[in-house]
Ligand binder design. Sequence first.
Ligand code: FCB
Length: 415
Amino acid sequence: MPDNLQFPKNFLWGAAASAHQVEGGNHNDWSEWELANAERLAAEAEKRFGRLPSWPMIREQTTRPENYISGRACDHYRRFREDFDIARSLGHTSHRFSIEWSRIEPEEGRFDEHEIEHYREVIMALRERGMEPFVTLWHWTLPVWLRDKGGVESKEFPKYFARYVQNIVSSLGTSVRFWITLNEPDIQPMNAYFRGLWPPQRTGILAYSQAVHQLIRAHKAAYQVIKTISPNAQIGVSKDNVYFESANWNPWNILLRMFADYFWNHYFFNAISGHQDFVGLNYYFHNRIDWWYQRNENRKISDLGWELYPAGFYFVLKDLARYKKPIYVTENGLADMQDEKRAQFIKDCIASMKRAIGEGVDVRGYFYWSLLDNFEWDKGFWPRFGLMEIDYKTLERKIRPSAREFKRIIDELSL
Ligand code: FCB
């Protein structure tokens, strides 16, 4: 039996990226934070990354402050056409990118037509190449004026977000079918408001809950705005669900697993019930619970030390079927500078996904993270997630062998 039998026709294949991580030249809450924190992050590098097997290879880069400043990044803002040409040549039929709020509304209430035009061109460039745009409206960065008003945690955040979305969708609405309102609306509050790692470096359960609450309100408000302007639009969020597993039948472990699964995987989705047309999944993590979290066996890890566990992808997809909506995998990937593990990882993840599809789970698209190497937030430039390798000195793009393997799988499944 051919391998592709039963594989959905018109399945979307592609890669994802986000504005701040690739565009270059952004001025937002992150860019200011980077300048203020680069020295500290460089000084802390050994403490944070010293135990990784990749340490000898990354030491030089991670101990330099420039690693932590996004600067011109990949210059994708100007080179997007060239990047999309490559994506197209790699068999991609879709691409996920984000719109940078700080470009669109650099000052409160002032919307920049020139920047809206830029994203119109990005969308057109994708359409001209036969690629379906998946547009993320918020991938973590904020205009500085909004940061100064309290950012995500502020009660006014949903109002400002809805106004920004209204502006974008009334300008670009008809050319976009798939909107992702928010990227990972729990990782951002977790790292920025609970653990104090990302701007604005707040710590505490109250700040965290407040931020999640405002993101729920913001999503719902944006959903209404988009539907009113563009009734056929398909709207979702990209959620980073984790495969939580209890190591054994110990009741404590089982309880902890249920608790983690409920709060991390389902709380947000339940809260926005009735306000999503598809489920967006970013799959990276497996969490084996044995008295506490993260008792993973870590047989295979990425350069970042994250466990590679493609088997868990199947369980997460099966679990998401409960929402009875189409599922798009909006991110899945690994940091692998030598490109040694990427091809196998993609293959194994797609096998897990096929298994779920074979059992009736309605998965309709898969986006590898990421199209190109990029700026990985507080870790800076060293983690290499790209299908394309970037030489940050010359900005030259090089296609990694795994990207061609991915193309081979796409071709085989699209027959
Ligand atoms: C996800 C983020 C994305 C990137 C990958 C590695 O959590 O959405 O921006 O940082 O992780």
